[in-house]
Design a protein around this ligand. Structure first.
Ligand code: NI
Ligand code: MN
Length: 224
């Protein structure tokens, strides 16, 4: 089993490297917090997109094309003209569904937000014996605690804390108490002034649950 690592690429972009390389919400170009350029991203096997807002869809097509990666998104995104015409491998699925390929298990979860096409979603990704939840853009909702009941205990949860478009620190703290992940990493904050938040206040607020504040470009090793 490979050693699995999570690398925060700023905003909502997360790179997970293990037996396969997975990137979620690859907003790199024009992301003021991106620690690298698209060209510096390692070869990707799966590109996961939570919704079609520019700060999530980002460089998804370019990376999927470059690496012949599989793009996984909600059904309506898989039918978008720019996706169909790009001739990339695309898997359109929907909330509650699970997709398996090459030892990777990807489940699509609910998210409370908006989108141009389809619905916004989150993902639970299983690889190398670890289970990682990326909430996408969402407010808190009272049934978020169903996610570990449906898909299993979470090793890591990536949760937005910036407010204005998503959960803020108060709501994300409620989410942590419901999700009970072994580790939480805050995302979707400090990219622009409108979503300013202090990761250390979130960390204090979640105790005794463990929060790891990753700066853009920082990596956390989850072990094998
Ligand atoms: Ni959004
Ligand atoms: Mn967003």
């Amino acid at each position: 089993m490979s050693n699995i690592k999570i690398n925060y690429l700023g905003h909502s972009a997360v790179l997970i490297t293990g037996s396969k390389n997975i990137i979620i919400d690859p907003f790199i170009t024009n992301n003021p917090k991106a620690p690298l350029q698209v060209e510096e991203i390692p070869k990707i096997d799966f590109v996961l997109v939570t919704h079609d807002h520019f700060d999530h869809f980002g460089d998804a097509i370019e990376i999927a094309k470059r690496d012949k990666a599989t793009l996984i998104a909600i059904f309506e995104i898989s039918q978008k003209m720019e996706v169909v015409e790009s001739k990339i491998n695309v898997v359109g699925m929907n909330i509650g569904g699970t997709y398996r390929q090459d030892g990777i298990v990807v489940s699509m979860t609910e998210a409370h937000h908006s989108a141009k096409v389809g619905s916004p979603v989150g993902f639970v990704v299983e690889m190398d014996g670890k289970r990682i939840y990326h909430a996408g853009d969402t407010s808190y909702w009272s049934d978020i605690g169903l996610i570990p009941k449906l898909f299993g205990e979470l090793d890591v949860a990536f949760l937005p804390i910036g407010g204005h478009f998503t959960m803020d620190i108060k709501q994300a703290t409620l989410a942590v108490n419901d999700l009970k992940p072994k580790l939480t990493v805050p995302i979707h904050y400090n990219t622009w002034p409108v979503i300013s938040a202090d990761g250390n206040i979130f960390k204090e607020s979640c105790l005794p649950f463990i929060v790891k504040v990753l700066l853009p470009g920082e990596t956390e090793d989850l072990g094998g």
